[in-house]
Design a protein around this ligand. Structure first.
Ligand SMILES: Cc1cc2nc3c(=O)[nH]c(=O)nc-3n(C[C@H](O)[C@H](O)[C@H](O)COP(=O)(O)OP(=O)(O)OC[C@H]3O[C@@H](n4cnc5c(N)ncnc54)[C@H](O)[C@@H]3O)c2cc1C
Length: 389
């Protein structure tokens, strides 16, 4: 069976291709990894996100004033396919465009909604303050307190793993406003300006040497009452907000990412002569079969999504792609042998790429819900298995 898009979708793709040929940056998701996270948000990425927005290609499903072109879900999928095939990120800081903007548009006041275009264009950098030392998978256990004092809340507590906290102007912060009700019911989302007195940002250095996140401490930080998103104590509802029209194709980028890694791995096996080794050949063939199966599953899910149903297949894809990616980077390290950890490009062609990517790949199995939590969700909500004790 050969699957193909119709002429209208191909015309849409051709328009996108012409734009990308003219404007896309040289940098993609490829080997440009070493400096990418250390220096915050690179200039080329800022310009690229603004260019996408200005041409209506940032979030195609949105109207032009929000950086889109009112694209249909199928057109959005074509867009995601093309961007993934070229290894092009839309942005290197996802919280603003992917989480904050849709939440502001869905739950914000008119004044708060006005912050959405800058978040989508990347002119304003946001961080998300959810996780705390004792509240990660179990987010509802968060303890950072916000106490109303006249026109302001006073916020005290600690967040951790806050991506982009060092570059962000604003934080989309989950705080406890009522400790006396069941834990899901006493949470509020506040917009906090990161330059407010009482905020202490301490970057966390990772095993890769980069500093992607920070711990953020709040000590009686005054936040105007009008910075509440939605209603006080109704923050749990806001966690559920997301880019509905994008959801059907979000898997594409991760599956394409694994596909790119597999292509690089095959080239590495050739270069090192490991492509003659039966065990290596079997692992590569197995990975190829897995990537093909994941793609097929993604498209199957999309077809339910486009017809207005849920796509349970997509719950599986995040976990499966992140775990597969980790194992492929591990194979890359094995194939390179001891030289693979040398990061000096004068001494080693790949400059530590496989080791760096292997360490980084653990993040994919944790961020946005760990693999164990994904398995729980699949077991309970997709397969309908009884909840474990
Ligand atoms: C790259 C990256 C970026 C991130 N960015 C942000 C950000 O910008 N803002 C933010 O707020 N947070 C961010 N996080 C934090 C992320 O949301 C948490 O790491 C994640 O929710 C897991 O929480 P935790 O680290 O506290 O681990 P825990 O929840 O303490 O889990 C520890 C271990 O126990 C397992 N476990 C926990 N509960 C269960 C269960 N019920 N059943 C089975 N196993 C379980 C987990 O799978 C894990 O292996 C980021 C994380 C990463 C990796």
């Amino acid at each position: 069976m050969r699957l193909a898009w119709g002429p209208e979708e191909e015309a849409f793709r051709a328009e996108l291709d012409a734009f990308l040929d003219a404007h896309a940056p040289r940098q993609g998701l490829g080997l440009d990894f070493a400096a990418s996270e250390e220096e915050g948000i690179p200039q080329w990425a800022r310009e690229w996100q603004a260019t996408l927005f200005d041409h209506g290609w940032m979030v195609p499903g949105y109207p032009p004033e929000l950086g889109g072109r009112n694209a249909t879900p199928v057109q959005t999928l074509v867009y995601q396919e093309e961007m993934a095939a070229r290894g092009l990120p839309r942005s290197v800081h996802f919280p603003g465009w992917a989480i904050v903007a849709p939440s502001l548009l869905e739950f914000g006041t008119d004044e708060q909604k006005e912050l959405a275009p800058a978040a989508l264009r990347g002119d304003m950098v946001w961080c998300i303050g959810m996780s705390e030392p004792n509240a990660g998978s179990d987010l509802a256990s968060l303890k950072t307190r916000a106490v109303l004092d006249g026109d302001h809340f006073l916020v005290s507590g600690q967040k951790v793993w806050t991506s982009y906290a060092m570059s962000a102007q604003k934080c989309f912060c989950y705080v406890r406003t009522n400790p006396d009700v069941p834990k899901h019911k006493g949470i509020t989302v506040l917009i906090i300006d990161m330059d407010t007195p009482g905020i202490d940002i301490r970057p966390l250095r990772q095993i890769t040497g980069t500093t992607h996140f920070a711990e953020v401490f709040f000590d009686d930080v005054a936040v105007p009452r009008q910075n509440v998103i939605g209603a006080v104590d109704d923050g749990w509802r806001v966690t559920m907000g997301s880019l509905a029209h994008e959801r059907g194709g979000l898997w594409l980028q991760t599956v394409a990412g694994v596909d790119h890694v597999l292509t690089d791995l095959k080239a590495l096996a050739k270069r090192t002569g490991a492509d003659g080794n039966q065990a290596v050949r079997r692992r590569l063939a197995d990975a190829h079969a897995q990537v093909s199966a994941l793609k097929a599953l993604g498209y199957k899910g999309f077809s339910s999504f486009a017809q207005g149903s849920s796509a349970p297949e997509h719950s599986y894809l995040k976990m499966a792609t992140s775990e597969l990616q980790k194992s492929l980077f591990e194979l890359g390290m094995e194939l390179e042998g001891p030289a693979g950890i040398v990061i000096d490009p004068d001494h080693h062609q790949a400059a530590g790429r496989w080791a760096f990517s292997f360490f980084t790949s653990f993040a994919g199995t944790i961020a946005g819900g760990t693999s164990e939590i994904q398995r729980n969700i699949i077991a309970e909500r997709v397969l309908g298995l009884p909840r474990g004790k």
